[in-house]
Design a protein around this ligand. Structure first.
Ligand code: SF4
Length: 370
């Protein structure tokens, strides 16, 4: 079973980000208390009480101090047992990372970091409105290695306007030169209700250049392969099978509990999500009520999710799991994608080809059951 904790605070708003967070951190202590309370309120959500992964996400969980992380751990351990090989990840931003803090996190039980590097280029970091600079991008990785973190992942963003293919290759190779076994690389997307979304609507910014995105995705595949990484999910690459256990559980449809404002949970049948508002969340939890909405997934919804997430992974979609729904239309559409070199079929498994990976969302949605 898996547990996600959403820490809804950030130092400043990155211009591309549409996650739930607040830059007002005055309620941080109250929020930590509320999350510990929610863990208790939700203690019956997962039937199996042994956790194989815990993920501190956000927002910016590296804004928590060590005492706050320890309070959260205590609360988790009062309800769950944590498997001895559990993956326990903390998302951390370079500007929050110091050698001492890394040692403290390790001592508190964190055994994996997901570090939001995004870029090693000063101008790009400024353009994205990240709170760190290029020097901190490098220094935190050196420190993580020195502190003995064997498992850490780097996040990078590509297709940033003004980026050139050469600059992207350089950034990528710099990331790969650190002894990391995991890399997540995301194409920049422009979401509504973000600074970039606002600039785009006022025509102060151009949309993402599709050709640049496609070229840089190809470079990403070339460089990661050359460095011994497997692309196990469209945006995720691992060396020596260091696949992220927590995120893989989402892609494989396993149950998980999410606590904190905006956190999602899944019990195998229903999806639920907490309110994305810090004040309302706090008020409700303090009255011992979890403020969530819920949606029961139909058989077709679950099959469509399996197609959407499965196709993005190297394990593909096992058509045996959706056999009862497969009709002539699905067969014809998948055959056409196979014919066009976008999909391939290995026994009962449907997978995307490299060419197909560039159109993953379109292909998945055209295979959906309606
Ligand atoms: S630090 Fe992360 S969660 Fe916070 S605004 Fe930036 S991208 Fe979003």
């Amino acid at each position: 079973m898996h547990l996600y904790l959403h820490i809804p605070f950030c130092k400043q708003a990155c211009h591309y980000c549409d996650f739930h967070f607040s830059t007002n951190t005055t309620q941080k202590t109250r929020m930590v208390q509320a999350i510990t309370k929610e863990i208790l309120l939700q203690k019956e959500y997962l039937k199996n009480k042994e956790l194989s992964s815990v993920y501190f996400g956000g927002g910016t969980p590296s804004l928590l101090n060590t005492a706050e992380i320890e309070i959260l751990f205590k609360s988790i351990q009062s309800v769950f047992s944590i498997h001895k090989n559990a993956e326990i990840t903390l998302e951390a931003n370079p500007d929050d990372i110091t050698f001492q803090r890394l040692l403290d996190w390790k001592a508190a039980g964190i055994n994996r970091l997901s570090i939001g590097i995004q870029s090693f280029d000063e101008n790009q970091l400024k353009f994205l409105n990240r709170a760190h600079n290029a020097e901190e991008s490098e220094q935190c990785l050196k420190d993580a290695l020195k502190a003995g973190f064997e498992d850490f992942s780097l996040d990078l963003i590509y297709a940033i306007p003004s980026d050139s293919n050469d600059l992207w290759r350089l950034s990528l190779n710099k990331a790969l030169s650190f002894e990391t076994n995991h890399l997540s690389a995301y194409c920049l997307t422009i979401e509504d209700k973000t600074v970039f979304g606002n600039r785009l609507s006022k025509q102060q910014m151009r949309p993402i250049d599709e050709e640049l995105a496609s070229d840089q995705f190809t470079i990403l595949l070339e460089e990661t392969t050359r460095n011994g990484f497997e692309q196990y999910e469209i945006s995720n690459f691992a060396r020596k099978q260091h696949y992220a256990k927590h995120n893989s559980s989402y892609w494989q449809g396993e149950p998980y509990l999410g606590v904190g404002p905006s956190a999602h949970s899944y019990d195998g049948q229903n999806r639920q999500w907490n309110i994305s508002n810090n004040s309302l969340y706090l008020k409700s939890i303090e009255k011992e009520l979890v403020p969530f909405e819920i949606e029961t997934l139909s058989e077709k919804d679950r099959a469509n999710e399996l197609i959407m997430t499965g196709l993005r992974t190297m394990w593909g979609v096992d058509t045996q799991k959706i056999n009862h729904l497969i009709d002539q239309e699905f067969k014809a559409r998948s055959q056409q994608f196979i014919h066009d070199g976008l999909l391939l079929k290995e026994n009962t498994i449907l997978k995307l080809t490299n060419k197909g990976k560039l159109q993953a969302d379109r292909i998945a949605s055209e295979l959906f059951f309606t």
